[in-house]
Design a protein around this ligand. Structure first.
Ligand code: FMN
Length: 166
């Protein structure tokens, strides 16, 4: 089963989990990149990013270097912005035709529950797909890193098994 980990990450948490998953299930990995990323990591970035996400803006994204159509299972990773889907991920899901593919969703967030909530919103864009599971990671670079790393590995293996079953 050809597997891809596709993610957007601003401050590295979603990327960190993407790398763990890709290594664990021997998947390809691909970053969703914005044409113009929001600069910095401070208050201005939070305000601008939060506004974009809350108002359901899309962000122009760079073309992908890989052919997404060749994958059967896609792990899709996204950070939560303002209790909402990330603009780059929203753009990607509206631009790419993923019909028939299986998805495992994960969100990185700072507050418990907001990642799972955004996974639910993401599913609205995947009605032509089988979503086999979803989970959240709470700022895994700085918070219970070891425990969340172990959980990411276990979850990735479980999703691979689930994808083969469905
Ligand atoms: C603009 C912005 C808005 C955010 N809004 C939320 C939020 O509503 N809820 C939450 O739990 N975390 C929120 N966060 C925190 C991130 O979701 C969290 O730090 C995540 O792990 C970041 O992933 P990344 O390092 O891959 O970018 C926000 C972060 C940014 C930059």
């Amino acid at each position: 089963m050809k597997t891809l980990v596709l993610y957007y990450s601003k401050t590295g948490n979603t990327k960190h989990i993407a790398e763990i998953i890709a290594k664990e299930v021997k998947a390809d990995i691909l970053e969703i990149q914005r044409e113009k990323d929001i600069k910095g990591t401070g208050f201005g970035m939070y305000m601008k990013g939060g506004f974009e996400a809350m108002t359901k803006r899309k962000a122009k994204i760079k073309p992908f270097e890989k052919d997404l159509q060749k994958y059967d299972l896609i792990f899709l990773g996204s950070p939560v912005w303002a209790w909402s889907m990330n603009p780059a991920v929203r753009s990607m899901l509206t631009e790419v035709n993923f019909t028939g593919k299986k998805f495992a969703l994960y969100c990185s967030c700072s507050g418990e529950g907001s990642g799972l909530k955004v996974c639910e919103k993401t599913k609205e864009y995947l009605t032509e797909n089988t979503v086999i599971g979803e989970t959240e990671f709470i700022d895994p670079l700085t918070n219970n890193t070891e425990e969340q790393t172990t959980r990411a590995k276990e979850w990735a293996k479980e999703m691979r098994k689930e994808a083969k079953r469905k």
